[in-house]
Design a protein around this ligand. Sequence first.
Ligand code: SF4
Length: 132
Amino acid sequence: MPNNPTPRTTTAGDYPFRFNSGACAACAGRCCRGAPGHVWVDPDELSRIATHLNQPVLTIRRDYARQVNGRWSLRERPLAADDFACIFFDLGRSRCTIYPVRPRQCATYPFWHRFRHDPRTAAAECPGVEIL
Ligand code: SF4
């Protein structure tokens, strides 16, 4: 995720790539914007976001999330025809405004199951991916 305050290289299991978060500083947040999608959040994650922002969880659900087939996803802001940004993405500074409590989906990127055997797609999406 953009602007990790402590850039470092991480690996996960036997994924065929490593992640260099130092690349986030020069990235415009490609993992937080782009084609419309979902940033899934569970009730515990919504509660942590509410505590972090010092707001009632009902406010977080109403203003920053939406329900999709019974699950919660963070809202997106339309920027252009096929360019949307997560509601918590600060476009001016290219950073996540809830970084310490970002959802698990964000915290585990790019070590997602769909990239497990597809490091080239991961590298095409994320400049921090270094194929091993
Ligand atoms: S919650 Fe933060 S890290 Fe996750 S998509 Fe939104 S801006 Fe990016």
